[in-house]
Design a protein around this ligand. Structure first.
Ligand code: AMP
Length: 283
């Protein structure tokens, strides 16, 4: 396994794979890896000749008051984990080199970046799309691997790839969870003991939505109301949003249509720590 800081060096290392038309799989991450990230690396390993993992805390996707500076970073630990998973290349660029002073292009999506996380984080998905498109142009993978955990991010990138004719497939892998149901996240380490004990109610509130839909409830506002009752069992949780949206367009749904694919998505603050989760449901 080799680690690169410079995009030119990484491109050089990938030339021979590309010339021989060997499949390159790419997993973009912000590091501080956990089983969620590693599940993507394993999938990429099964399906490709070369596996590239980027570790880059992308400054463009953080708002001025967000946790860019306190976001956990540990490249040595991440490298050990990736070596075990037999990744081939780590790309860990330095922000100043990735975005030189005269960098001025941005990629934004007019619709998909607005609802859900985009409402409280208006510049977030422009930062994500800009960073990921740049990474894609460097790595030129056959397949890009993303987690369903950041479902809106997956839709934004899937749409961008399609809109911009980028020649790669985009795959979403299931959410990996702790034993008590909490979605794994690099930010879980910021939770106090009490918050950690309450955090599984995020998932339980979504399970309630799923259960109610399966038993015939179709009114989105009722579903949300019931989910919020479950979330009340976590008194330290502060709701950012709980939405029921169409899984493709991310537009709000008022009444679920039979057979339609919907997403129940939630974002919750515990203190300054913001956690997200979601579930895909057939209406
Ligand atoms: P991040 O490092 O948070 O930017 O995440 C990098 C990739 O890992 C994204 O595609 C995430 O959706 C994915 N990911 C993060 N947490 C999980 C999880 N618990 N299960 C599955 N994928 C995840």
């Amino acid at each position: 396994m080799k680690t690169f800081r410079s995009s030119e060096a990484l491109k050089g290392a990938l030339v021979s794979f590309r010339k021989k038309n060997k499949k390159i799989g790419f997993v973009p991450t912000m590091g501080s890896l956990h089983e969620g990230h590693l599940s993507l690396v394993r999938l990429a390993r099964e399906e490709n000749k070369a596996v590239v993992v980027s570790i880059f805390v992308n400054p463009l996707q953080f708002g001025p008051k967000e946790d860019f500076w306190r976001y956990p970073r540990d490249l040595a630990r991440d490298s050990r984990l990736l070596k075990k998973e037999k990744a081939d290349f780590i790309f860990a660029p330095l922000p100043k080199e990735f975005y030189p002073e005269d960098f001025e292009t941005s990629v934004s999506l007019s619709r998909l970046s607005r609802p859900l996380c985009g409402a409280a984080r208006p510049t977030h998905f422009t930062g994500v799309a800009t960073g990921v498109l740049k990474l894609l142009n460097i790595v030129m993978p056959r397949t890009l691997y993303l987690g369903q955990k950041d479902y809106q991010q997956f839709r934004v990138i899937e749409q961008m790839v399609r809109d911009m004719d980028f020649p790669c497939r985009v795959k979403a892998a299931p959410i990996v969870r702790e034993a008590d149901g909490l979605a794994m996240s690099s930010r879980n380490i910021f939770l106090s003991r009490t918050e950690r004990r309450e955090a599984p109610f995020i998932r339980r509130s979504l399970e309630e939505v799923e259960r109610l839909v399966k038993s015939g409830f179709h009114d989105a506002s009722k579903l949300k109301q019931r989910a919020l009752e479950i979330l009340k069992l976590a008194p330290h949780a502060r709701l950012d949003y709980l939405e029921i949206v169409d899984a493709q367009s991310l537009e709000s749904v008022i009444r679920l249509k039979p057979g339609s694919k919907i997403l129940a998505a939630i974002a919750v603050f515990f203190g300054k720590t913001r956690l997200i989760d979601n579930v895909l449901i057939r209406g």
